[in-house]
Each structure stands twice: as structure tokens, then as C-alpha cells.
Write a protein that binds this ligand. Sequence first.
Ligand code: NDP
Ligand code: 2IT
Length: 443
Amino acid sequence: MSYTAKVLEQAIKRNPHEPEFHQAMTEILTTLQPFVDSHPEYERAGVLERLVEPERVIMFRVPWVDDAGKMQVNKGYRVQFNSAIGPYKGGLRFHPSVSLSIIKFLGFEQIFKNSLTGQPIGGGKGGSDFDPKGKSDREVMAFCQSFMTELFRHIGQNTDVPAGDIGVGGREIGFMFGQYKRLANSFEGVLTGKGLVYGGSLARTEATGYGLVYLTDEMLRQHGKSLEGKTVVISGSGNVAIYATQKVQQLGGKVLALSDSNGYIYDAEGIDLAAVKDIKEIKRGRISEYKNYRPKAVYTEGTGIWNVKCDVALPCATQNELGETDAKTLVKNGCIAVGEGANMPTTAEATEVFLQNKVLFAPGKAANAGGVATSALEMSQNSMRASWSFDEVDQKLKVIMVNIYNNIAAAAKEAGQEDNFVAGANIAGFKKVAEAMILQGAI
Ligand code: NDP
Ligand code: 2IT
């Protein structure tokens, strides 16, 4: 049995009932196998056994009082997975589905993603099973303050720097930053995605969606194509989906459909992004309301968005939202490229369908790395007490995404798997972290 297979089997056995974490480890360790096999120094140093075990897992109670005066209790998590190349860095997710398994899969992915950005950031992730949907601003504030009342003792600008993810945007980051500052008595860049008036970076809000589109366009260009004139389907209608839509439109593509957890809208004339922003960013409403702005658009309940014919698919909602049947439908409909805006949105079986059919496939840890990369730019600005212009940050982001593409393409080619960017991203992300771990001894 190979070293990778042994470590995977043991890790699955030692972490039962964590299906998403198993899925992420299986994907990464399986693709790393040929590379790791040809480098015995990794086994000698026990790199993989260490990589799959988080450095620290924090789980805590989050009590808060709702508007009816009733006590509510949620679970809080922070998984500080790997600090070999920098302070732990990664988002916080507030969603009722959040479990230790989900936070561990996200934290594990984050190690490799952060390495790919070329920035000095380690991997971490956190969150809660709190559901911000339908809560008043005061309830969200009460929750965020209670969450930070425990978390603050575990984080810091040089230790662990959380940010947003599903259910955590500018409002939540603001409430958590304010509470951190009171408790720690320190105004510091401990969170990213902050408001522009208290240390946030221009272009962080746009960065994940923009970065996804920069990388997808670069991947197409290196294959003699581009996003210009292409039809695009994007799932989700949150932060990543909205700014992916904006950048696709700027590059001359046509976005036909967007979704949320209830259903999807199809607009043959191309999505009216101002309408979507009004519904989602201002009113915090449902995507079905799009019909009030564009009566000719079609709203369909449920998860069928991948049935919409398109040239390019950008899954930007959540894990395992694109399965084998969806992948086969996309291929049959002539889809030429997929870029993962979400983390692990494509199941293993669906990924295989894309790779077998030569669909250009950019995995999330590379394609959505623009968000965390720009978070690292926010950290740099905070340390320097500087503030860069939108164009400056956007230009840096673009360079980072093109570099990521070049690195994963080169790693894939070197491994004899040209155009397999899943393998390329895993190998390129792994190499730097593994080397740092070996150089630092038994950490
Ligand atoms: P938001 O909370 O802003 O938006 C999430 C979107 O996905 C919403 O439209 C939501 O619909 C939908 N969604 C969430 N959960 C589900 C579900 N279980 N089933 C169907 N739809 C769902 O989050 P983001 O846009 O920030 O995050 C989207 C994805 O991108 C996540 O996978 C996240 O991990 C990843 N990501 C985010 C980054 C960032 O900087 N924000 C960086 C890198 C990756 P509804 O409103 O109905 O729940
Ligand atoms: O999945 C991710 O990379 C994020 N949610 C962004 C993390 C960050 O620290 O900006």
C-alpha cells in the first residue's frame, strides 16, 4: 500500500463521521500520490500524517438572547489547521449546516489554497451553525459579539486572522471587529473584509468573484479562447456569484442564470446585476423576486440550474452542488470550461466527468483564491498603515490569479498530467507547505 493510501486510511478511521473532511482528504491525497511516491523525504518526515491533523481545534458555546428575550445557544468552531507558512488564515461560515466535518474540510483546503496565493498565510477556518437568515440586525450583533467573546483569546494579527464566508459579510465582520477591539484593547488587522472606514481594503468585496473570472479567462486564453461572447451560468447569488457576474459582463460574456437555495432564475437577455444587488445586498431577499424587476425572466424552484445550456459554468454557492448527472448534462450541452468559485462544489464523480471529457476545469483552491489573496493584501496594508487604491489592489489581484494559473498548469505538466489542474493545484500547493514543515522540524 502506498504512503498516501496508508495515511488516508488511517485518517478516515481516526476521524469517523466526517464525510466532507474525508472527501477533501481523499481528493488531495489521491492526486498527490505519484508526486509523493517519488519523494521519499516526505514519508521520512511524516509530512502527510501531520498535514491531516489540525494543529488546534477550538469548539465553544455561543449563547445569545433573541428579540423575544429567549436564550439561544449555537455551536462555535475555529480549526487552526496549519501555520507552516504564516498565521492561520481563512473565513468564518455561519450556516445551519455547519459541522466540525465541514469546517475541517474547508480548513484543509485552505492550507493548499493559501500556499498557491504566494502570500505568507497558513490555513484555518471557523464558523457556527447560527443561521443569519431572517434575524434582525440586533440579533446578528448579539450573536457576533458572543461568538467573538470566546474567539478573541485564540486569534490576533500574527496568530490567526479570520474573514468572511457563507453568511458572513461586511455587517458580521464589523460587529466581530468591534467586539475584538474592546476585549483585546487593540486596534489591529485581526480580521479581513473590514469596512473601508476602519481598515478594510478596496476591492476585497469584489476579489473572490473577480479573481475567479480572471483565472477562468486566463485558462481559456491559454487554450486559444476567452470569455468574450460566451454564455455563462453561475450558481448562488451571494458575494462570490455577484462579483463573478460583474466581471464576466465586463469581459463581454453573458450571464444567463443565478440561483439561491430555493431556486434559480433564467434571463435570456443576460442577468440585470443591479436588480440582483438590490435584492441580495440591500433587501436580503430571495432570487425569485428577480421577476419583479424583469418580468420576462423565468424562475424555477429547486436545484436544476445546471440544466441551463452554457459555454462556461461557475459554481459559486456551496459544497457538492454539482453532481455527476449535472456534469454529464453540462458536457452534453457543450460546456467548455468550469471554474469553481465555491469550495468543493463539484463532487469527485462530476470532476471525473469533466476531466474525461476534456472540459477545462479550474478547482476552487486555485480559482477562488483571489479572496484570501486580497485578504493578505489587506493585512499588508494594515501592517503598513497604508491604503492602496482600488486599481492598485485589482492589478495585484490579476497578477496573482495569472501566476496561480501558470503555476498549477506547470505543476500539472511536470507531473505528466497536462491540463489536469486538480493535480496541478494540489501538487503546487503542497510543495511549499511540505518544505516549510520539513525546515521547521517536528512541528
Ligand atoms: P454568501 O453567503 O454571500 O452566498 C452564498 C450563496 O450560496 C447564496 O446564494 C446561498 O443561497 C447559496 N447557498 C449557500 N448554501 C447553500 C446550500 N446549502 N444550497 C444551495 N445554495 C446555497 O457566501 P459567499 O458568496 O461568500 O460564498 C459562496 C461560496 O464561495 C462558498 O462555498 C464559500 O466557501 C466560497 N468562497 C467564498 C469566499 C469569499 O471571499 N466570500 C472566498 C473563497 C470561496 P441562500 O441565500 O438561499 O442560502
Ligand atoms: O474560502 C475562502 O478562501 C474564504 N472564505 C476567504 C478567506 C479569507 O481569509 O479571506
